[in-house]
Design a binder for this molecule. Structure first.
Ligand code: BES
Ligand code: ZN
Length: 457
């Protein structure tokens, strides 16, 4: 039987297996889920063994979530090797009461799977696992050698896998002719896309300290600079009225968008109606002089992710808080360096800090931006695979999100990376009611098989 027929004959079984994986709440950002993350790693490793991968093992380090590895190298030395990356960890499901069905009790309705991780990334990762299985079951076996590396820390920073991939000792294990990453999206099921860029990130906490302890806002309001207010003043000064980040040097290393690229990005365009449908917000916002799609993929940003200060429970409490905290992250584009940007932001925040309060910055994690080569043999095979799997040649897109390990793969393994996403823009990643279209799941499986067939052929 050929691999594609095998997929068609096992549709229901593949779906049921994915639902089983989605039931494990492998939230990597929460200590209370450490056991669940370990259980998901074990489940995935067992599954890789069951489908016939060899040398399947967990790499572990105290305090880190396991890396799952497996391989099948019997296609022969004359055949290429493809390394497949994915992540089995997920974001927290909060806010829980906005889910129509519980996040870890996957629900199939309207031809979609609703669950945390359905699209990001268990569903897409599993599409690749099923493609591998179908090739292993096919007559003649896989046309290329296969390696899989699946991590459990993508949603927190990929710290362990960064260290693992950067360690030269592991390079022979990971050596490949192409690296396949399915952890993104295409504009629509009838509009497939090959992604050629991801933004980087630096995630920081900015804390403002004022009085030694909370104070009565009647007794002290007016004579003590309120840290919550000071924090807002600092944050407000980080953008100008043209939507630009004011941090000196912030844009120095940003690669300008070429005219050719403007055309390419316009094809994946995000018009205002679509923007409204996806966000529900009253009006677009952002950096003057750039289209919506350019702003969200090819331009860097500075974003407030959270604010904590003072009294946030029900009712009123007249307090002047002792401190305030903001979670702030910057999305970065080539050739910005997350470490440099963190320093620039910290320096500017220090400048902006009035003598009435004290500020402190901490960096939680760094991730480099990445651009991948669309001219490689592997990229051409990927484009062909989309055409065969989704029935149309792909357009080329950049994504605004980050997958920190991609730049590390490029730097350390020097192999072309293929960003072949199978999700959709309305999958509600990181939000309540995350979903994955079942059609995309199966088309993704076929597309990955087509990629192997085209690349090895
Ligand atoms: N799958 C996403 C990245 C992504 C999102 C790619 C949308 C393409 C489109 C990934 O799992 C993710 O969310 N990454 C984090 C990384 C961070 C925690 C270092 C992100 O982008 O916030
Ligand atoms: Zn992801």
């Amino acid at each position: 039987m050929n691999a594609h027929d095998f997929v068609e004959e096992h549709r229901r079984e593949f779906l049921d297996q994915l639902l089983e994986l989605l039931r494990i709440p492998s939230v990597s950002t929460k200590e209370e889920h450490r056991e669940d993350v370990a259980r998901a790693a074990q489940w995935v490793a067992d599954h890789l063994r069951e489908i016939g991968l060899e040398n399947v093992r967990l790499f572990e380090k105290p305090g880190a979530h396991p890396i799952v590895y497996g391989e099948w190298l019997k296609a022969g030395d004359d055949k290429p090797t493809v390394l497949i990356y994915g992540h089995y960890d997920v974001q927290p499901p909060d806010p829980l009461d906005e889910w129509e069905t519980p996040p870890f009790e996957p629900d199939v309705r309207d031809d979609k799977i609703f669950a945390r991780g359905a699209s990001d990334d268990k569903g897409q990762m599993f599409a690749n696992i099923k493609a591998v299985q179908a090739m292993l079951e096919s007559e003649g076996g896989p046309p290329a050698n296969i390696k899989m590396i699946l991590e459990g820390e993508e949603e927190t920073s990929s710290e362990y896998i960064e260290e693992f991939v950067s360690d030269e000792k592991n390079h022979p294990l990971l050596a490949a002719d192409a690296i396949l990453v399915s952890d993104g999206s295409i504009p629509a099921t009838d509009k497939p896309a090959l992604c050629y860029g991801l933004r980087g990130i630096v995630y920081m906490e900015l804390e403002v300290f004022g009085p030694e302890h909370d104070l009565h806002s009647g007794g002290y309001g007016g004579i003590v600079h309120n840290p919550a207010q000071a924090l807002c003043e600092i944050i407000a000064a980080l953008h100008d009225d043209k939507g630009r980040v004011t941090v000196p040097g912030f844009y120095d290393k940003v690669r300008p968008i070429t005219d050719r690229e403007r055309e390419i990005l316009a094809e994946s365009g995000l018009d205002e109606d679509e923007w409204r449908r996806r966000t529900g917000a009253p009006q677009p916002w952002g950096e003057e002089g750039y289209s919506l799609i350019e702003r969200v993929t090819a331009r860097p940003t500075l974003e407030v992710n959270g604010l904590v200060s003072g009294f946030i429970e029900e009712g009123a409490k007249t307090v002047l808080p002792a401190k305030a905290l903001a979670k702030i992250s910057c999305r970065l584009v080539p050739d910005q360096d997350p470490h440099e940007i963190a320093e620039l932001v910290e320096r500017y925040v220090n400048e902006l800090t009035p003598p009435t309060v004290r500020t402190q910055m901490r960096v939680l994690h760094y991730g480099y931006p990445a651009i991948v080569d669309l001219e490689s043999q592997a990229a051409k095979a990927a484009a062909k695979a989309y055409e065969l799997g989704f029935g149309k040649p792909p357009i080329f897109i950049r994504e605004g999100g980050s997958i920190p390990i991609v730049a590390t793969f490029q730097r350390e393994l020097k192999a072309p990376v293929l960003l072949m996403g199978y999700g959709l823009p309305d999958d509600r990643l990181h939000a309540p009611n995350e979903k994955f279209d079942i059609e995309n799941f199966y088309k993704g499986i076929h597309t990955t098989i087509y990629f192997f067939e085209t690349f090895a052929g």
